[in-house]
Design a protein around this ligand. Structure first.
Ligand code: ZN
Ligand code: ZN
Length: 155
């Protein structure tokens, strides 16, 4: 994602308004690696801007997504997560216990695209979601079954 200044210029250049609320949303997203939901951004925003609406947050996120500045991820957790890390491919580690999402890079020699069995299918993008339990949850939580399911999305 571009910096809040660059995004403000870009919004203005495309005839969009840059309200203080929007500007603050850009700031909250900049360098944010927690993959926030729209609701969590809203809750953060409403602390210093009590008049902001959840709808403003959704609309701003949608515009950023259309501009390719954030990606909207459906990680199968109910709400969409927003990721300002759009430079280069990465995958996600999802904690099924606390819902924490982390970025993850595969090692260079593990090329998913080469492992698709159907030669008729041309793969442009492959994303993996690794589900499991994060270190914090493993420490606090029960030592019961750790769910590990790999889900491969190919689009
Ligand atoms: Zn966790
Ligand atoms: Zn990510």
């Amino acid at each position: 994602m571009r910096s809040p200044d660059e995004l403000s210029d870009l919004f203005r250049a495309s005839g969009r308004k840059v309200t203080p609320q929007r500007r603050r949303i850009f700031e909250l997203l900049e360098g944010n690696s927690s993959h926030p939901t729209a609701e969590s951004i809203y809750l953060e925003l409403v602390k210093d801007m009590p008049t902001v609406s959840l709808k403003t947050v959704y609309m701003t996120l949608k515009e950023l997504e259309e501009m390719g500045e954030v990606q909207c991820l459906d990680l199968g957790m109910g709400s969409s997560r927003f990721d300002p890390n759009v430079d280069g491919e990465h995958h996600h580690l999802v904690c099924v216990s606390c819902g924490k999402v982390r970025d993850f890079q595969l090692s260079q020699n593990w090329d998913l695209k080469l492992q698709v069995p159907d030669e008729m299918f041309s793969v442009s993008k492959a994303e993996i979601v690794f589900r499991g339990t994060c270190a914090t949850c493993r420490v606090i939580g029960s030592r019961s079954v750790v769910e590990n399911s790999d889900k491969v999305h190919i689009s």
